[in-house]
Design a protein around this ligand. Structure first.
Ligand code: 1GP
Length: 251
């Protein structure tokens, strides 16, 4: 079994930021999938996340294809228990802590728990916090939960610290795929200041300025998906930006 979480911790210690490219099997098919894979082969991100809040297409076949073609870690980012696949390297075992829907706090977990335990996948328990991204998100609709308001950084921090105290290993600040507004920098900074866990930030990041802002504010991993569905060529720019982050100042 690979130890992806350990790599995340080591990178964090060394202030090496990570990029996760999110592929939603429903969106990433046919010609788009072929061109995306071709680009990912020569511009490989640290992680590829696979999943989506409303994915109906088979996850297994996409993961098989990705593993054949690209040398990187494939991490499941499931919208529900049906998206579990033993083919992936790791699983974000997500609890939607910003919401009060028991189904996404524990219900989906027990549906998949035995299969996960029997597999040798690396499980990374993750506190998942939905933040208002300026428009209704699929996560909000599907989970029937309300996001944390953008100006309530205290609520975000309390929720993130609760995740830490509950033994979770990562906190994911999510603005929703295709959000109008990414997670506010001051919220990332505030959560960073009071939390010991690595932070993932995603939702609505469309250019490398926004990527750098999230890193500057304290994100350890940034997830980008939506923009690459229409502009896969941008992947290389994001990979270069992530891997050169901080190098100018440290030399
Ligand atoms: C969505 O955080 C991810 O769950 C990525 O968001 O698709 O907007 O890049 P985008």
């Amino acid at each position: 079994m690979k130890n992806i979480y350990k790599t995340i911790l080591l990178n964090r210690e060394a202030n090496r930021k990570m990029l996760a490219v999110l592929l939603d099997p429903d969106q990433c098919r046919g010609g788009i999938l072929a061109s995306t894979i071709a680009i990912l082969k020569s511009n490989t991100p640290d992680l590829i996340f696979v999943g989506g809040s409303h994915t109906v297409t088979s996850i297994d076949s996409l993961i098989d294809l990705l593993k054949e073609e690209i040398k990187t870690n494939i991490v499941l980012f499931p919208g529900n228990a049906s998206q579990f696949s033993t083919q992936a390297d790791a699983l974000l075992y997500l609890s939607l802590l910003s919401g009060r829907n028991a189904e996404f706090l524990i219900g989906q977990h027990l549906t998949s728990a035995i299969a996960i335990k029997k597999s040798d996948i690396e499980v990374i328990p993750t506190g998942y916090l939905l933040i208002d991204g300026g428009k209704p998100s699929s996560v909000e609709y599907i989970s029937n939960t309300r996001p944390i308001p953008r100006d309530k950084k205290e609520i975000a921090l309390s929720t993130a610290v609760a995740a830490e105290l509950l033994g979770m290993r990562l906190v994911y600040l999510e603005a929703g795929s295709g959000a109008n507004l990414p997670i506010p920098s001051d919220m990332i900074e505030y959560v960073r200041s009071g939390l010991s866990l690595p932070i993932i930030v995603g939702g609505g990041i469309k250019n490398t300025n926004q990527l750098t802002e999230a890193f500057d504010a304290g994100a350890d991993i940034v997830v980008v998906g939506n923009i690459f569905e229409t502009e896969p060529d941008k992947i290389s720019e994001f990979v270069v930006c992530t891997h050169s982050y901080g190098k100018e100042t440290s030399n």
